[in-house]
Ligand binder design. Structure first.
Ligand SMILES: Cc1cc2nc3c(=O)[nH]c(=O)nc-3n(C[C@H](O)[C@H](O)[C@H](O)COP(=O)(O)OP(=O)(O)OC[C@H]3O[C@@H](n4cnc5c(N)ncnc54)[C@H](O)[C@@H]3O)c2cc1C
Length: 381
């Protein structure tokens, strides 16, 4: 009987395992999960779950842990590809096929070690602590003006908490989009009386038993700090056994498999895959990408269906009544154009004549059309 080991028991790991089960009823499937939780989804953790509108039950992924052996609290600590073994602290798991789905973890900010009043938001446990804190605090400081920072800011403010967002660069979402989209997000925060400190580096100070955050020109007392300064793919446990791309993700080919080790695939936030339309390797931290990439990788591994994964990446961010949807690969270094559409706007991102990505602002009905436009533009070059 063939044995599949999946390392990582969250979204991509769960999806890969259930797809593998659909494809092969006899396959022996073991999922090694780092967390002590059945598989769950993260998007509500900065929005509905924090606000109390989405319950812990609804955060769980349907069918999580069913149809495969799910070993919670069993992080992999190493792999021996020559012997086809994955190691945990107290066991070795032989495999014929391996999927790495270890996701990403928050980048640590120097001077802000996590403690009871400094939270890095990634897991359900982090979100539960934050949710509880938001019911009793008066002021929250968020360090980092990316999607997660903006979402937490809006949610906390909706619960009556005063919020200051500190961002190092001159505009929000500076690594992901252009200035026009940034301005819309900034405007949305200003409208909610969220204080925004741009071009600011945060430092933590302690005065008697109070914590102060300063940015060099001003300092303020705060009850809680949330740090959201990006994530790094979880690859340290591999000890260099698999090749990494420039963006630090595990480098896989168009099919989701590791070149030279075709019994091994990777999917989700940890994987950087050769995208057939972009002609380069890309890595995303989007729910839909993790889901579909995992299905695809499982098919390539388990059923030997070697089809390139060429879907356009898609992600979204809800910030109160502002819905941003990201399709393709926009970026701050591309030309940004705006088009007005009914109810919202779309922002197009071009490299020379090539339409590489778009951001939709409150315009979900435009998504299919844009997907086709970007695919056609990329395919014609
Ligand atoms: C707060 C928050 C809000 C988000 N909101 C959105 C949104 O609105 N829209 C959107 O498109 N995307 C959103 N995302 C991103 C989306 O949730 C991720 O892209 C998705 O979770 C990636 O899934 P994954 O399974 O690849 O990785 P992860 O969800 O990171 O799961 C990886 C799992 O592997 C485990 N692991 C790590 N190392 C090991 C090891 N050595 N052994 C075993 N297990 C290990 C981890 O503990 C984790 O459980 C959000 C993310 C967060 C954190």
């Amino acid at each position: 009987m063939r044995r599949l080991v999946v390392v990582g028991g969250a979204l991509a790991g769960h999806r890969a395992a259930i797809q593998a089960r659909r494809l092969d009823a006899e396959l022996d499937i073991t999922v090694l999960a780092g967390e002590d939780e059945l598989p769950y989804q993260r998007p509500p953790l900065s929005k509905g779950y924090l606000a109390g509108t989405v319950s812990a039950q609804r955060v769980r992924l349907r069918g999580g842990g069913e149809g495969y052996r799910f070993l919670s609290g069993s992080p992999a600590v190493g792999v021996d590809l020559a012997k086809s073994l994955v190691f945990t602290a107290d066991n070795a798991y032989p495999f014929d096929l391996l999927v790495v789905a270890t996701g990403a973890e928050p980048r640590q900010l120097r001077g802000f070690a996590p403690d009871e009043a400094i939270i890095y938001l990634r897991t359900l446990t982090d979100a539960t602590r934050l949710k509880e804190a938001l019911t009793r605090i008066g002021h929250l400081t968020i360090i980092g003006g990316g999607f997660i920072g903006a979402e937490v800011a809006v949610t906390a403010r909706s619960l009556g908490v005063n919020v200051t967002v500190v961002e190092q660069s001159s505009h929000l979402l500076s690594r992901a989009v252009g200035q026009r989209v940034s301005s819309i997000v900034e405007h949305n925060l200003h409208e909610r009386n969220i204080e925004l400190l741009l071009n600011s580096t945060a430092n933590l100070e302690t005065m008697r038993d109070h914590r102060l955050v300063s940015n060099g020109t001003q300092s303020w007392p705060t009850d809680l700090v949330v740090v959201g300064v990006g994530v790094v793919p979880c690859t340290a446990w591999l000890g260099g056994a698999l090749p990494l791309a420039e963006d630090e993700g595990i480098h896989v080919n168009e099919m989701g498999l590791v070149e030279g080790f075709e019994q091994v695939g990777a999917a989700g936030d940890v994987a950087s895959w050769d995208h057939p339309l972009y002609g380069r390797s890309v890595r995303f931290e989007h729910f839909e990408v993790a889901t579909n990439h995992a299905l695809h990788t499982a098919q390539a591994l388990v059923a030997n269906r070697r089809v390139a994964y060429g879907e356009l990446p898609f992600g979204w961010s809800d910030q109160g009544d502002l819905l941003l949807q990201v399709i393709g690969v926009p970026g701050p270094d591309l030309t940004e154009e705006v088009e007005e559409v009914e109810g919202g706007k779309i922002f197009l991102y071009r490299r020379d004549d090539r339409l590489e990505g778009a951001v939709l602002m409150n315009a979900p009905e435009e998504l299919t059309k844009l997907r086709d436009r970007i695919t056609a533009s990329l395919g014609s070059q």
